[in-house]
Ligand binder design. Sequence first.
Ligand SMILES: C[S@@+](CC[C@H](N)C(=O)[O-])C[C@H]1O[C@@H](n2cnc3c(N)ncnc32)[C@H](O)[C@@H]1O
Length: 208
Amino acid sequence: MNFGERQTLVSTLLRDVRQTGPLPFLRGWLRDPMGVGLPFPSSPWTARRLARAALDAATPGGGPVLELGAGTGAVTQALVDLGCPVPHIVAVEQDLELCRSLEQRFPGLQVLQGDALALSRTLAREEVASARVVISGLPMRAIPSAAATRCYADAFAVMPAGGSIIQYTYGLRPPVDPRVMPALEATFVGREWRNFPPMGIWRYSRGQ
Ligand SMILES: C[S@@+](CC[C@H](N)C(=O)[O-])C[C@H]1O[C@@H](n2cnc3c(N)ncnc32)[C@H](O)[C@@H]1O
């Protein structure tokens, strides 16, 4: 990374702290430590890599980018910074205060407060019928396999053929075992070390 890129990321970090502050995320974590994972959001470096991976994987003309477990919007902000307009993003988040903080930070963002593990029901309620890519910050390692499988099946159902799920995790293995679903493939995108703890990024797709 050159000096200019480093400066951009540092100013992104400062802007993120100014925009939301650490408190909404910290309070979300205190309410649900298992669901939120750690008391702080993804680093700007991680968020940018995730956003880039998602936009690279997006199928053309397939609806909005669907973000599951958006928190205070670290990844949402990176999507916007990379040129994805706010109205082209749909965020699903279960925590009410975090939803309010997303709405304040991104006027015009469609925020669905609900359970991403009951994804088809949550999307149907707000008439979201399609997505061009899904980014998931859900803590899949802590989620029972049957619930993770149903969530992924629902996610693939709203994407055109060739759709992908970008999933991030602190673990070393793919957080959803690809054997849970026929033809599911997990590809390691990379690990972002400028995150505490370092963050693994996986891309899930379905073979034919
Ligand atoms: C690891 S945090 C990621 C937050 C943010 N995307 C980031 O990268 O900083 C996981 C987020 O998923 C949300 N979450 C966990 N389980 C969920 C569920 N079943 N439905 C919707 N959101 C959920 C948590 O409230 C939390 O905001």
